[in-house]
Design a protein around this ligand. Structure first.
Ligand SMILES: [Zn+2]
Length: 1060
């Protein structure tokens, strides 16, 4: 080893110059990470460059700094990142870009490696006196390229990429086998077909050129350097938090939310308002920023009026309670992601130029500022949705600069819009790769899968001893849970078993399938399709506990006292099961109710045999029901919230629009299955938390903040109900009483509000929270986790591994790698929480998309389907918020329009616009006009006309206009009594029909387009590849019901768009 000294003159990303002297040790042995190595480099478990590539690529510093995205294109394999280049990225681009590079290096799906060239004795070249840093770095990278060529004995050509033309001239012909070329030449020569890389390259290089020719007039205050921000936050001068831009007033209103703000300063309880774009100072929605408070005299309030059309300026009315107001002084961490934009339609004659043009593209998300893009395809891409990335936002530029990444398709087309929703929520669901699928076990008619005798020997075999069955929605393919129940020990004990698909047997930790499942974190359900977390061979076959076949399971089995149902003992372990019956809910309920029902598994048996088996099954179902009732009663005493009844179905109305599919009377068997799953989740949570007190993955549901309940309490009071929110039990009891016998919607809406006020349930690592924080408020359990759906949720996979480790530890063997550090587990928990939120958001947006497409086809003035009954659930300054049960739509209904006219009510309740005034009261809003005074109260039923408000650049939105202050007639005639919405729902157009109709129209349109023209852009092929499984909507939505039956407050929250 040779010791030298190395002097570095670095420029930090904030522009400071730093001189660093480092001791530098050179070694002969620095691993090359190539499969071709003959020199005996130590690679251990590291990723190595495969042997079958035609060449290796060594990008120089400039290429890695500016064109990392191009190098990320998965087809570009065999990339060697030098230490020199990595350090340069860290210093000149900051942590974000550096992390991106590190993630690329870690990603096993990408054949690229890091070479520590500056530690390699023969590759390292000391900097010469007077040599410019860039030149020296280029020389280092070239030297590394040459080293590779020589180290691999010339069997592999090496291509060095550089944008420095001098370097091309200087090094280009120095060594045969080592090519030095520009990125453009490289792509043209080696990857002429790789369109995506070419487009990305030209779009990034254009953005770079534009940046050089930027104007210099300052538009924003400079950001403070990192050291000052850090010191300021410590001293309390600045407040650190995430910038949250108002959806409805994107230009004017933003706020900072930060945990713990209210503890320090009571003024900051509701966050800090950042008003206007200057004060926002180039921070983008989601960025972590530092704000300085303005003097109290400049504090302002949030606007509580309904804003017509999103992203518009406020009306200036409304009571604004001043709140802490500040301005952004620096950005601690950018949270830029990929954004979908639309190029605005351009007016006037189009300039006849083939050069690139600078265009202000409008992001789909209202909260994101316009992004300046340079492109040569501005005309071709009009009306298309394009994915872009932001590169920079200088203080001299009104808008951020960015470049385009790929084209999604024509705006307004179903596939484009669905892809937009996915990109906007950072949901990346490419088809499973071949390499991943190669990890999968085979189960085909030629090679049927069979139980491995070694596994059978290790597992508790329940195939003969236990009657195992599943209860699911009809047509369910992925059965991840089954049940068993039987009498033991002469009838003094009952054994209850929950048997869950043993997914972790098939998905090894760290395998490609595992990494992909982790990245997805959850199966993602959209209105018309789903994206599975696991490949179909697992989710629909080998992991699915189907009837009549042998399957591996993870089981929890309790021995309960037959009388008291107290737990005598619990057993956890791996089992071998064969489910005897695959029941669906209605069938199971029919059996319990003693109704005649056909059990398919018993068809064709001799009557005596059949009756005997049937009796055994019914008896098991009855015992199960009794146990579940007991468990439920226990939780009720603790204050479990009754949210899985009516109101969850209301939730589904909101977000999933599922009304027509759910039976009006919830079946008890739903609850029975849910209760057993909750019980299993709870006991597994206990087990892993006791085994690993500091690194178990649990799920907590924090109690809600009381102030969030004010709307619920006030609204209920308007109907004469008292809602007590002090404890979960008080809340549950008072919600049960808040029932208007004439209008079941009242109770539903109150429960929606209660759910909206709730916090989200979250995964966390037990090392991070005190044990009293583990509590699950909604379920009234001291510990909870997710164990029962490993096919569809990654959290359950983590929990299965922890449970296996705990079982291994009980036996005295090594728990293995499953037990990660608290910090690592917390990262996983955060990741899953984020992904779940994104999946829910995408689901909500896709439902809205389908609602809009449905109404887009209709003429709101002529089509009777555009008229519907709505109920008022919130009063605002200039209108009300209303809920349309028939379509599951929620939105503002204006009582005053932009022209200042108000809703006047004539005879028969017919409404029209007239000049007048509106006045808001606590529980009603009144309009006065030439026709007199009209009052709209909370919970009033009105008739609205639904139409689509189309915008070119954003998602379409539905708009509601009041046409009568009477309930809609079609609904009102449904019963003798005025109880419109509930009975109407049975005949309502639920989501399935709506989705089917829209899909059919979209398919027809696409077929016509294909027939018409072969010159259709080839965009759609790519888009279509993203969708994997199109399933009947019914199934996925019913699956969700089951999920919700387990009371995921997370899924059930964030419904109302109410902010005030
Ligand atoms: Zn080697």
């Amino acid at each position: 080893m040779i010791r030298t000294e190395r002097v570095l003159h670095l420029k930090s990303c904030r522009g400071r110059k730093v001189r660093v002297v480092r001791e530098h040790y050179l070694r002969e042995r620095v691993p090359c990470y190539s499969a071709l190595c003959q020199a005996g480099c130590e690679h251990r478990d590291a990723k190595v460059l495969p042997a079958n590539l035609t060449h290796y690529v060594v990008p120089d510093v400039g290429v890695v700094v500016d064109y990392l995205e191009v190098l990320e294109v998965p087809e570009l394999q065999g990339v060697v990142f030098t230490q020199t280049a990595c350090q340069a990225v860290q210093h000149s681009k900051g942590r974000r870009q550096y992390n991106r590079l590190r993630n690329l290096l870690k990603d096993p799906r990408h054949d690229c490696v890091l070479f520590a060239n500056e530690f390699q004795e023969y590759s390292y070249c000391p900097r010469e006196k007077g040599e410019r840093q860039e030149k020296w770095q280029t020389r280092c990278v070239y030297s590394a390229a040459v080293w590779y060529y020589n180290h691999l004995a010339g069997v592999k050509d090496v291509v060095m990429l550089t944008e420095d033309q001098e370097a091309v001239a200087q090094y280009g012909s120095l060594n045969s086998g080592v090519y030095v070329i520009s990125v453009r030449d490289f792509l043209q020569n080696f990857w002429p077909e790789l369109q995506a890389a070419h487009e990305l390259y030209s779009s990034v290089s254009q953005a770079l050129q534009e940046k050089e020719s930027e104007a210099s007039e300052r538009q924003y205050a400079e950001h403070l350097p990192a050291e000052l921000l850090e010191a300021g936050i410590k001293s309390g001068r600045y407040i650190q938090g995430t910038l949250n831009i108002s959806k409805h007033r994107a230009l004017s209103e933003a706020s900072i939310t930060a945990e713990g703000l209210s503890n320090k300063n009571s003024d900051l309880g509701s966050g800090v308002l950042v008003s206007g774009t200057k004060n926002r100072n180039r921070a983008v929605h989601g960025d972590l920023v530092a704000v300085e408070l303005l003097p109290k005299s400049e504090w302002r309030g949030k606007d509580t009026a309904l804003a017509e059309g999103r992203g518009e300026e406020p009306s200036g009315e409304g009571d604004r309670k001043p709140m802490a107001t500040g301005r952004v002084v620096g950005i601690l961490q950018r949270n830029w992601r990929d954004y979908v934009v639309t190029f605005p339609p351009r007016e006037g004659p189009q300039p006849q130029t083939r050069n690139s043009q600078r265009i202000l593209a409008v992001p789909w998300d209202h909260r994101i500022p316009k992004i300046r893009i340079s492109t040569g395809q501005a005309d071709a891409l009009q009306d298309h949705r394009v994915v872009v990335r932001i590169d920079s936002w200088e203080s001299t530029s009104l808008y951020p600069n960015g470049h385009s990444v790929r084209v999604l398709g024509r705006a307004g087309e179903l596939e484009t819009e669905v892809q937009t929703i996915l990109v906007e929520n950072c949901i990346h669901v490419p088809p499973f790769s071949e390499a991943q699928l190669r990890e999968m076990p085979v189960n085909s008619p030629e090679r049927p899968w069979a139980v491995d005798p070694a596994q059978a020997a290790q597992r508790r075999d329940l195939r003969e001893s236990h009657l195992v069955f599943s209860i699911d929605p009809p047509g369910c393919e992925d059965v991840d849970d089954t049940l068993s129940v039987r009498r033991l020990a002469g009838g003094t004990r009952i054994e209850l078993g929950v048997h869950i698909a043993d997914v972790t047997h098939f998905v090894a930790e760290g395998s490609l399938t595992d990494l992909e499942a982790r990245a997805r974190a959850t199966t993602c359900y959209l209105a018309d399709r789903r994206y599975d977390m696991l490949p179909a061979v697992l989710s629909g076959d080998l992991c699915s506990l189907l009837g009549g076949v042998d399957r591996y399971a993870m089981s929890v089995m309790w021995e309960l006292d037959a009388q008291t149902l107290a737990v005598a003992s619990v057993w956890y372990g791996r089992t071998l099961v064969r489910s005897s019956y695959q029941l669906h809910y209605e069938l199971a309920q029919a059996l319990l109710d003693g109704r005649r029902a056909e059990v398919p598994e018993l068809a064709g048996l001799e009557p005596a045999e059949r009756d005997g088996r049937l009796a055994r099954l019914v008896s098991a179902l009855e015992t199960l029901t009794r146990v579940a009732r007991h468990l439920r009663a226990q939780r009720d005493q603790g204050g479990a919230l009754e949210l899985e009844g009516v109101e969850v179905r209301a939730q589904l109305d909101e977000e999933r629009n599922i009304t027509a599919l759910v039976p009006r009377q919830p079946l008890e068997v739903h609850e029975t299955v849910a209760e057993c799953m909750i019980y299993a989740n709870h006991w597994v949570a206990r087990k892993i938390q006791e085994a690993f007190p500091h690194q178990a993955l649990l799920r907590r549901h924090p109690p809600p903040r009381q102030e969030f309940f004010s709307q619920l309490v006030d609204t209920a009071a308007a109907k004469g109900f008292t809602v007590d929110t002090r404890t979960n039990k008080a809340l549950a009891d008072s919600l049960d009483l808040a029932e208007d016998p004439r209008d079941p919607l009242v109770n539903r809406l109150l429960r929606i509000m209660a759910t909206t006020a709730m916090s989200q349930a979250l995964y966390f690592s037990t090392g991070l929270q005190a044990q009293d924080q583990f509590y699950h408020y909604g379920l009234a359990l001291d510990r909870y986790t997710h164990f029962t759906s490993p096919i569809r949720r990654y959290a359950d996979i983590v929990v299965h591994r922890l449970l296996s480790a705990a079982i291994a530890a009980d036996r005295g063997s090594d728990p293995g790698r499953a037990v990660v550090s608290n910090k690592e587990l917390e990262e996983t928990a955060q990741h899953i929480n984020n992904k779940n939120r994104a999946a829910q958001q995408a689901q909500k947006l896709s439902t809205e998309l389908f609602q809009c497409l449905y109404f887009k086809e209709r003429d709101p003035q002529a089509d009777q389907l555009c008229l519907a009954d709505a109920v008022i659930y919130s009063i605002r300054d200039n209108g009300v918020l209303a809920f349309v049960p028939e379509y599951g739509v929620k939105g503002p209904v204006y009582m005053k329009n932009r022209e200042g006219q108000v809703v006047a009510v004539g005879e028969d309740g017919v409404c029209e616009w007239q000049s007048g005034a509106v006045r808001r009261h606590p529980d009603c809003i009144t309009t006065s006009s030439g026709r007199g005074t009209a009052t709209f109260r909370l919970f009033d039923h009105i008739t609205v006309r639904i139409s689509v408000r189309s915008t070119h650049c954003h998602a379409d939105a539905l708009s509601l206009e009041v046409v009568s202050n009477e309930p809609h007639r079609r609904a009102a005639t449904a019963g003798a009594e005025p109880q419109p919405p509930a009975p109407a729902r049975s005949q309502s157009r639920g989501s399935s029909q709506l989705v089917r109709e829209v899909v059919r129209l979209a398919e027809e349109a696409s077929q016509q387009a294909q027939e018409k023209a072969a010159r259709r852009p080839k965009l759609s092929r790519e888009e279509r590849e993203f969708s994997q499984t199109k399933t009947p909507n019914l199934y996925s939505l019913l699956e969700e019901v089951r999920e919700l039956a387990l009371l995921d407050a997370e899924a059930a929250s964030r419904l109302c768009a109410t902010t005030a």
